[in-house]
Write a protein that binds this ligand. Structure first.
Ligand code: MG
Length: 442
């Protein structure tokens, strides 16, 4: 069976891999599978209207009704789907990818990314072209819908907003010309003074590229420092991830913000924290010190979210700024992350840099090797590598003062190698050592 959905839904260059013909056919397949009411949102990409209109045409032809939420952050759509009687959601977005990309992601009626099994059913309909086709008088209808206030109110209802307001924080919000523009400045304005950067929606992303990497958000870092703000926040294109900048204008890596907020939540309530095996040990060390436990999963936000639900975890997330708050919903949620961060600063009455300083620091070194026969090489590696090993996702070998993770890429002919240690040289040496071993096995 051919595969259509990748790890991030269907994604590709607009009008090339992701053509209107494909979008129409996918709309028909999704509509045939769901047969109900579907809420649809997009980020700010230039190709959105072409893809959205094609998807909608497909959905309507199967008799589904479409509720058009227009531009909205992914977590706002997911929150609405979860709390309404909608049967599914669709997000047109390529998240952090460059402007020429776009994508189609399907959300189940609980607001979570569709499970692989359900994706397979849609793929079966798509490739066999077994679409539902209704009569002319049963064609679905499109309704406009506004979901943004519902998302903002849901977040504020879960936070100690009075405590945050008392501190009179100044926050610089970098919306990256993406879906964050329509929500985050308004959300944060409810509890703090807001200064915005790149808050005009623009699919060419003139302010910065949609990935909130350290290279891309230098302007935010400088602005936080020069305006003497308390915090900076940058979002990715569909605003499910948030990256923070401390009061000195320093970039706070996602594993540190994950650890910080996990620690804060654990101070209120004991419980389990879920994160993928690729996450820095700084999270586990900090969580253990706060009396919590870390549960590791395979890499991928939907996998983390499902595990959290299964074991009733109190918090979880990824090292890229994707944080998941189960009391709100089981998906990456940058609006909730923003308010939780402000609440943590307010309740602890500390600067973000002070909290980050409490978290142990590890050096992570990443590398990759081109490899056509990934499966075979991984099998050989399993025989070669001895010691304390975790096979949750690829091979993770633990040492006294660090670890190495070897994983085949899900989409490319590449094997990735990550090594982490408190000693930078040691991490570099570990990567070299295992790179050489893989080269020998190729
Ligand atoms: Mg994203």
């Amino acid at each position: 069976m051919q595969r259509l959905f990748g790890t991030n839904g269907v994604r590709g260059v607009a009008n090339e891999d992701l053509s209107p013909e494909l979008a129409l056919k996918l709309g028909k397949a999704i509509g045939s599978f769901v047969q109900g009411n579907i809420i649809l949102a997009t980020d700010t990409r230039s190709s959105n209207e072409m893809i959205k209109d094609a998807v909608i045409a497909g959905l309507l032809s199967t008799g589904c009704n479409v509720f058009d939420a227009k531009i909205a952050p992914s977590p706002a759509l997911q929150y609405y789907v979860k709390n309404s009687d909608a049967d599914a959601g669709i997000i047109i977005t390529a998240s952090h990818n460059p402007p020429e990309f776009n994508g189609i992601k399907v959300i189940d009626n609980e607001g979570m990314e569709l499970s692989r099994n359900k994706e397979k059913e849609i793929e079966k309909i798509f490739f066999n072209e077994r679409f539902v086709k209704v009569a002319w008088n049963e064609i679905g209808k499109v309704y406009d819908i506004d979901i943004l206030d519902f998302y903002i109110e849901g977040i504020l209802s879960l936070a100690n907003t009075e405590k945050i307001k008392e501190r009179n924080y100044k926050v610089v919000v970098d919306c990256g010309n993406g879906a964050a523009c329509f929500v985050m400045p308004y959300l944060i304005n409810e509890v703090a003074e807001v200064i915005t950067l790149n808050a005009q929606p623009d699919g060419n992303f003139p302010g910065r590229m949609p990935e909130p990497s350290i290279e891309n958000i230098e302007h935010l870092m400088k602005t936080v420092k020069s305006l003497e703000a308390d915090l900076g926040i940058a979002y990715d294109g569909d605003a499910d991830r948030a990256i923070f900048v401390d009061e000195n204008g320093n970039y706070v890596y996602g594993d540190k913000s994950l650890a910080a907020i996990a620690g804060y939540i654990l101070e209120k309530r004991r419980g389990k924290i879920v994160t993928p095996v690729s996450t820095s040990s700084c999270v586990e060390e900090y969580v253990k010190a706060k009396g919590g436990e870390v549960i590791y999963t395979k890499v991928g936000a939907p996998i983390v979210a499902r595990k959290m639900k299964e074991i009733d975890a109190i918090f979880g997330g990824e090292e890229n700024g994707g944080l998941i708050f189960p009391q709100h919903q089981y998906c990456r949620d940058s609006g909730m992350a923003s308010i939780a961060m402000l609440e943590m600063l307010a309740i602890k009455d500390k600067k973000l840099s002070e909290i980050v300083k409490e978290i142990p620091h590890y050096f992570l070194v990443k590398s990759k090797i081109e490899c056509e026969n990934k499966k075979e090489v991984m099998e050989k590696l399993k025989e070669e590598i001895k010691g304390e090993i975790d096979y949750t996702d690829g091979i993770k070998v633990y040492f006294e003062d660090g670890w190495v993770l070897i994983r085949p890429s899900g989409t490319e002919p590449i094997i990735r190698i990550y090594a982490e240690s408190k000693d930078k040289k040691k991490a570099e040496n570990l990567v070299e050592k295992y790179k050489n071993l893989i080269q020998r096995l190729l």
